[in-house]
Design a protein around this ligand. Structure first.
Ligand SMILES: NC(=O)c1ccc[n+]([C@@H]2O[C@H](COP(=O)([O-])OP(=O)(O)OC[C@H]3O[C@@H](n4cnc5c(N)ncnc54)[C@H](O)[C@@H]3O)[C@@H](O)[C@H]2O)c1
Length: 139
């Protein structure tokens, strides 16, 4: 399956690598070009035992690649995971601005024919917050 992961932080990078290891064709997009450059050059921005080897193996197999081109990532996917950060607001609720920005980039680069494809988020947002985000993105 063609999968795209938007947000290649701790969660996104590990998720993307495991999905590639399971045989999926995974494109990883992040707005942080330094992080993507590091990954493209063979570096690993986080330390998880065995992760660097898994990344290298799946890159070599052509199942895992990294980009700062949102259009490329959105076009590639049958399924897209949003794994951007959700830092706490002052009242303790999740700040969804990065999730919403990623959702908007999906909308910007989705053709009419691809609009019914599914999106999933592995974040810890409550269902109520996710519903609120959907409302914001559709307006
Ligand atoms: N890290 C954990 O242990 C952990 C555990 C459970 C749940 N979570 C949840 O998973 C989610 C991701 O957490 P994390 O720790 O990986 O975050 P992180 O801050 O490490 O990574 C987020 C990444 O998203 C990127 N980003 C920001 N805006 C973007 C955009 N518009 N498009 C694409 N990329 C964008 C950032 O550059 C960054 O690399 C959060 O909701 C967090 O609450 C994290």
């Amino acid at each position: 399956m063609n999968i795209s992961v938007l947000g290649i932080g701790d969660v996104g990078l590990v998720t993307a690598t495991c999905l590639a290891e399971n045989g999926n064709d995974v494109v990883c997009f992040d707005v942080d070009s330094a992080r993507i450059d590091l990954l493209v050059s063979g570096g690993t921005p986080i330390h998880e035992r065995g992760l660097a080897e898994l990344i290298a193996r799946n890159v070599a197999f052509g199942r895992l690649r990294f980009t700062t081109d949102a259009a490329e990532a959105v076009r590639h996917r049958e399924v897209v995971f949003i794994a951007t950060g959700t830092p706490a607001d002052q009242d303790g609720s999740a700040d969804l601005q990065y999730v919403l920005a990623a959702a908007r980039s999906i909308g910007e680069h989705t053709s009419r024919s691809g609009a019914s494809r599914s999106s999933r988020t592995p974040t810890t947002c409550a269902k109520r917050r996710a519903a609120w985000a959907r409302t914001r993105c559709s307006s």
